[in-house]
Design a protein around this ligand. Structure first.
Ligand code: AMP
Ligand code: MG
Length: 313
């Protein structure tokens, strides 16, 4: 049974995966409105199933405490990162999940190498970490707005145009290193159309309770749409690897984006297939000693083992 679940999930996300080594042209290769053959109604059911599946696997991941998982979420403004995190993680134990949101770097962060602040937020073994924005901002917003790079104060001779290829390589190597040490890295780009972004911005302007989500910078960034599409295409082409693939998730329909993101994470966890630790012979003998001691303490008229009494067979 677990197999058919795993197969369905694999089939859903396969068309979204960026094949390592392929050249991505975002506008041509990925449709933000794609929704497989799903309807919203069935989709909501599927998301519910996905969320409980994640809860089950996350518990095993935490119990085994051998692997960690890092999910990086990237998107343009209004791409739906916050809502996706809220929905996808709604069923999991908060103790095992750490969400980090990355904003404009602080002066302390700028005093370090560019991966420093991301490295500090990596998952521990047994944990799922979610990066709401990630080290990929370092080849996206920093590339589109070079003044960000100036603030990073790299030595003069290391600031040339080859910096982007170098960063792709450094990021790939870093993710490889993490993978080789038991930390799975998986990356989701929520792919929003220009028109859907306009619609969502309008909603943020129209509804007072959404106003806080909108800033004038958002329309300024929108004017650089083509530059961002280009930066995203280059980044996806260079950094989707066998060990840490990118998934381009169609984001114009929020419900579909959430299902796909849950599916990508579930696929990663199923691939790890974490197991509850099995205790050894000696530990089991200790359990029996403890059992006898606890049984002896049972008050009169109470079963020696209340759990076994309530669960016969
Ligand atoms: P938000 O996610 O809406 O809270 O906005 C966070 C802002 O921080 C976005 O405008 C990002 O472009 C910006 N940001 C995130 N990481 C970096 C970075 N490494 N350098 C410059 N700006 C960044
Ligand atoms: Mg914003």
């Amino acid at each position: 049974m677990a197999d058919t679940r795993a197969e369905r999930i694999a089939r859903l996300i396969e068309p979204l995966r960026v094949r390592p080594g392929s050249r991505v042209d975002l506008g041509k290769d990925f449709d933000p409105r794609y929704k497989a053959d799903l309807r919203k109604q069935a989709g909501v059911e599927l998301l519910r199933a996905g969320v409980s599946l994640l809860a089950e696997y996350q518990e095993r991941l935490a119990a085994q405490s051998t692997f960690g998982v890092l999910l990086c979420l990237q998107a343009l403004d209004a791409g739906g990162k916050d809502g996706t995190i809220r929905h996808v993680m709604s069923g999991v134990n908060p103790q095992g999940v750490k969400v980090s949101s990355f904003k404009v770097p602080s002066s302390e962060e700028l005093d370090h190498d560019y991966l420093w602040r991301y490295a500090r937020r990596l998952p521990a073994r047994g944990d799922i970490a979610i990066f709401n924005r990630s080290h990929y901002e370092e080849v996206l917003v920093v590339r589109v707005h070079p003044e960000n790079l100036e603030r990073q104060r790299l030595p003069e001779h290391l600031r040339g145009p080859e910096i982007w290829d170098r960063r792709y390589r450094e990021i790939n190597n870093w993710e490889r290193y993490l993978t080789d040490n038991g930390f799975k890295v998986v990356k989701v780009f929520l792919n929003l159309s220009r028109e859907e972004q306009r619609v969502r911005f309008m909603k943020r302007i129209d509804l007072p309770e959404k106003n806080w989500k909108f800033s004038a910078a958002d329309v300024r960034e929108r004017r650089r749409w083509d530059d961002y599409q280009h930066a995203f295409s280059e980044m996806l082409s260079a950094t989707s690897t066998k060990w840490a693939p990118w998934y381009v998730v169609p984001a114009d329909r929020k419900w579909f984006a959430r299902i796909c993101t849950a599916a990508v994470l579930a696929h990663t966890l199923m691939d790890i297939d974490p197991q509850y630790p099995v205790v050894g012979e000696e530990a089991r003998e200790d359990l029996q000693v403890a059992r006898r001691e606890l049984e002896d303490e049972a008050p009169d008229g109470v079963p020696a083992d209340p759990y076994a009494a309530a669960h016969p067979g």
